[in-house]
Design a protein around this ligand. Structure first.
Ligand code: HEC
Length: 169
């Protein structure tokens, strides 16, 4: 009789322990999944989504030629990455450039000219910058001569909007 009681108690303990353990495991398994998901990489937009985003841009960018923009970006690629979390090369990573304060990538060492610029990047600022960086922000260390043809700048800016996580305001 005494032994039977003990067995029951032990049995209940074992069950509870198993339940408790199961619950704990469930919790700890959830936490790491939930925490990083808030700043995890956004999924790369599909070709359809890129097309829709392009069409939603204000003129003239809505008619930008993404293929030409991509071709022009070849001139920037040696110094800039555009993917989320991409490395800083000679120039800073450009993901999220639209709506980003000039000179604000934390682990990149800008010139005083860009650090002091004080504006937020939008298509208008980017257009002037890309036409003639060293005239637009004298003292910049971006040694890029400039993209003279307006249409090329429109196409490149449209391409950057579609590729760098731009969200319509
Ligand atoms: C030879 C290397 C080089 C090339 C080519 C180049 N860049 Fe840059 N870029 C830089 C450097 C260096 C900086 C930082 C400038 C500074 O701090 O003065 C910069 C800064 C920028 C910034 C400002 C970023 C910020 O966080 O404020 C933008 C936007 C930019 N570049 C876009 C472009 C685009 C678009 C092209 C292609 C048309 C291009 N760059 C070509 C080196 C380059």
């Amino acid at each position: 009789m005494r032994n039977a009681t003990l067995m029951t108690v032990l049995g209940a303990c074992a069950l509870l322990a198993a339940c408790g353990k199961g619950g704990e495991t469930g919790k700890t398994a959830e936490a790491p999944v939930a925490a990083p998901s808030s700043d995890a990489a956004l999924p790369e937009p599909t070709a359809e989504e890129k097309k829709a985003l392009l069409a939603s841009l204000p003129a003239p960018y809505n008619t930008g030629d993404l293929e030409n923009g991509k071709a022009k970006f070849a001139m920037c690629r040696s110094c800039h990455t555009i993917v989320q979390g991409g490395a800083n090369l000679t120039g800073p990573n450009l993901y999220g450039i639209f709506g980003r304060k000039a000179g604000s990538v934390a682990d990149y060492k800008y010139s005083d000219a860009v650090k002091a610029a004080g504006f937020t990047w939008d298509a208008e600022h980017l257009d002037k910058w890309l036409a003639q960086p060293r005239d637009f922000l004298p003292g910049t260390k971006m040694t890029f001569a400039g993209l003279k043809a307006e249409k090329d700048r429109v196409d490149l800016i449209a391409f950057l909007k579609v590729e760098t996580g731009y969200k319509a305001p």
